[in-house]
Each structure stands twice: as structure tokens, then as C-alpha cells.
Design a binder for this molecule. Structure first.
Ligand code: HAM
Length: 403
């Protein structure tokens, strides 16, 4: 027997219904906010992720599904969706058009991480990317949209926000931070020591308890923002306050991808164990430029579908469509003609063999059909069908032509 690869899962039965319900709900809401569907390839040049997500990020340095294809190209299965959407945006020269562009997408992402509950090697995201809107109102709108999606899915959450500053305030802060980290270097873990040189901001995100206790007194970017970033962040918190969206300012929230500036946020759930981030995102005003486009502000997010799967409150399933069954062999063919016709309007389940009444009624329940339609000897003779509405419990014998 061949098993799925470690950290990869089949999506079947009840889970696939949940998956589709999540995608449908998120899609409906994203469309209301003016987002259009975009699909980009799963396989991209490795350089795309190195340049966007960042060479020194864990995702790129440790977790990529990277290989050489038969043409000798260095390619990679996408670990996230933003980079591909931005590449597509630049490729289609949308960076040279004046209109605002908003895209939503969903699909599989691949990260070679150590699998555990809520952490897969192939997982799915629903994401949105909004281009050319520099206003912090857009950051607020995106956070509102995610809250609405979670509300529609019946999922509770905590929201954490931070500001990662911009090219004016981040470099002096980084210098300051490196100075602080160098002084406590010997007490920090090996990972943090490596990051002091490669990506000092990520040290703030270290999960090691000793490191976290040492970082309590680290300089905070939120207290060192430039005037513009500070005013944007204050505006964002005021907008959230006014809207009644509760949040926590987490000064150590830095995100695992290097392209962010200004607003960064994560939605977390306390009901799913240690992999508690159910959505993440923020502003990335420099990424279009990094990928050779014209300077274009942008902001976006992605929801991790598998992480919210078990949290979703599914609507009660209602009976739908028709179940067709024959009680005598000669009626089976008649049913097929009827099925083809009825499938133009509704869901139809057909039982291929003739059976007794009780057995058919079990089939009706299994198919969760609204109407049971059976043809027995009498019906066949009279050119009629026996119909039962499983909701009103009403039973009728109807002329086949009128059905
Ligand atoms: P991210 O925080 O890396 O952001 O991923 C978004 C979400 O994907 C996470 O909050 C989590 O729910 C889910 N996720 C990540 N890794 C795994 C995994 N190994 N197994 C299961 N679920 C996982 C991004 O990917 C950015 N592209 C989001 C974004 C869009 N920022 C701006 N635009």
C-alpha cells in the first residue's frame, strides 16, 4: 500500500465539505470587498521566494520544496501565495496602470516543516492581496474583512497587531537592537546568535523561554517609529477601537516573512493547540519594487484552512434533490431517462438495481434527498411515479409526464 507523504493529507467526505464551505464563505465576502480571483502556478523559480520571502527566513533557508527540473531550472513549490501574485502583477504590467487591483486566491502551499497537529507540509491558504492603496484605512478594511470571514464561519479569535516601521525608522532601530542583542549574546540560544547577523528582528520572535525573558527589556520599534508610521499605527488602533474589534499590540510580532513593513497582524485561536495562528498578514509596500515593478503599496493576508477546519460551525445540512429508485427490474431504464432530465435542475441520486421499499428509503436518507421517487409494478403499468416529500412527509402518485 502506498501512503501519502508525511505531512500531507487527503481531503475527503466531511472534511472536503468543510473545506468547500470555508472557501465559499471567504470567497463571497472577498468579492463583496471588490476582490477578483487570481490563480498563479504552484511551481515558480526559486529566486522568486529568495527575493521576496527572504533568503534568511526559515521558510526559504530550511523549508522549501526546491529541486532542479528536467530543463536544469532551479524551481520551488510555492511556500506561500503573496510572492506569486506579486510576480504575476508585475508580469502583467499592472504596476504601470493607475487602477487599484485586488486579488483573492486559494490553494495548496508547501513547507518542509516538522509535521505536527496544525502543521502540515502541504496545507491550504485562502489569501487576498490589495495593490496601490497606501492608506491605513485599507489595513483596517482587510482586518475587518478577516474578522467578518471568521464571524461567518463561527470562529472566535484574538487579534495581535504590530508596526514594523519603514525604511526611515527600521534601519536605525535595527542598529539599536543589534547593539542590545550583542550585549546579551552569550545568554541567547544558537538560533538567535545566528540571527543577530542575518535577521536580527526575527530574534524577537524566538520561542525559547530564556531568550524571551532576556528580550523583555529590548528596545521596541513601536516606541521608535517615524512620524508617518506612528501616526498610521495610531490611526489603525483608533479605527479598530471605533469598530469594536479587540486587539492586542504585540511588540514582538515580526512575522516569518521578510517583506513586511508598517502594519503586521496575526489572528490566533486558543482552541487548536500550539499552532495557533489561523491567519496572518500585513503591509508590504516595497515588494513590487523588489520584484522589478514600479513602486506600488500593497497589503494582504492569508488564512490557514486546515487550522480552522475543526473550528468551523457548519450550517445544518438540509435535504436536497431527488432519489430515484426502481422496485421492479423493468423500471430501471425509465429511471435513467428521468435522471438525465431532472439533473438539468437539481441533484439526483439513482439506485442502479431494483430493491424493496425499505431498502430504498434507507438510500434516500443516505443521499440526504428531499424527494423519494419510486417506480414499482403499478407505477410502471400506469405511467406514474410515487413521490414522497421527506420534509412535509406528503406522498403522491403523479403522472410521469407531469413529474
Ligand atoms: P503565513 O503567516 O506564513 O503568511 O501563513 C498564513 C497562515 O497559513 C498561517 O497563519 C497559518 O494559519 C497557515 N500556515 C502556515 N504554515 C502552515 C503549515 N505548515 N501547516 C498548516 N498551516 C500553515 C503568509 O503565508 C503570507 N503570504 C500572508 C500574506 C498575504 N501576507 C500578505 N499577504
Amino acid at each position: 500500500m502506498i501512503n501519502p507523504l508525511r505531512g500531507m493529507k487527503d481531503l475527503t467526505f466531511e472534511e472536503s465539505e468543510r473545506f468547500n464551505f470555508i472557501i465559499d464563505t471567504a470567497t463571497t465576502i472577498a468579492k463583496r470587498y471588490g476582490y477578483d480571483y487570481i490563480e498563479t502556478p504552484i511551481l515558480e523559480e526559486t529566486a522568486l521566494f529568495k527575493r521576496s520571502v527572504g533568503d534568511s527566513s526559515d521558510i526559504v533557508s530550511k523549508e522549501m520544496y526546491q529541486f532542479e527540473d528536467k530543463g536544469g531550472n532551479d524551481v520551488c513549490m510555492r511556500p506561500e501565495g503573496t510572492a506569486g501574485v506579486v510576480r504575476s502583477f508585475v508580469h502583467a504590467k499592472l504596476d504601470r496602470q493607475p487602477m487599484k487591483q485586488k486579488f483573492y486566491y486559494y490553494g495548496p502551499m508547501f513547507r518542509y516543516e516538522r509535521p505536527q497537529k496544525g502543521r502540515l507540509r502541504e496545507f491550504h491558504q485562502f489569501g487576498c492581496e490589495s495593490f496601490r492603496e497606501a492608506s491605513v484605512y485599507e489595513d483596517f478594511t482587510i482586518i475587518t474583512m478577516i474578522s467578518q470571514i471568521f464571524e461567518a464561519l463561527g470562529i472566535g479569535f484574538d487579534l495581535q497587531i504590530n508596526s514594523l516601521g519603514c525604511t526611515t525608522c527600521m534601519p536605525p532601530y535595527k542598529k539599536n537592537l543589534v547593539g542590545f542583542l550583542t550585549e546579551i549574546k552569550d545568554e541567547l540560544c544558537a538560533d538567535c546568535n545566528r540571527r543577530i547577523d542575518t535577521n536580527p528582528i526575527r530574534v524577537l520572535d524566538c520561542k525559547n523561554e530564556t531568550c524571551q525573558s532576556l528580550l523583555v527589556n529590548s528596545p521596541k520599534l513601536i516606541n521608535n517609529l517615524c512620524e508617518e508610521c506612528d501616526s498610521d499605527f495610531k490611526k489603525l488602533t483608533a479605527l479598530l477601537d471605533n469598530a469594536g474589534i479587540t486587539y492586542e499590540v504585540d511588540t514582538n510580532l515580526v512575522r516569518g516573512l521578510d517583506y513586511y513593513n508598517k502594519t503586521a497582524f496575526e489572528f490566533v485561536s486558543n482552541d487548536i493547540g500550539s499552532q495557533s495562528a489561523i491567519a496572518g498578514g500585513g503591509r508590504y509596500d516595497k515588494l513590487v519594487e523588489f520584484l522589478d515593478g514600479k513602486p506600488t503599496p500593497a497589503v494582504g493576508f492569508a488564512i490557514g484552512i486546515e487550522r480552522i477546519m475543526e473550528l468551523v460551525k457548519m450550517p445544518e445540512s438540509t435535504r436536497e434533490g431527488i432519489y430515484l429508485g426502481a422496485m421492479v427490474e423493468d423500471a430501471v431504464e425509465k429511471l435513467f431517462a428521468l435522471a438525465t432530465q431532472k439533473r438539468k435542475e437539481t441533484k439526483v441520486t439513482v439506485e442502479y438495481s431494483s430493491k424493496g421499499f425499505k431498502s430504498h428509503m434507507k438510500g434516500v436518507d443516505k443521499a440526504n434527498a428531499r424527494y423519494a421517487v419510486l417506480i414499482g409494478e403499478d407505477e410502471l403499468k400506469n405511467g406514474t411515479v410515487w413521490v414522497k416529500d421527506l420534509e412535509s412527509k406528503e406522498e403522491n402518485t403523479i403522472n410521469l409526464e407531469a413529474f
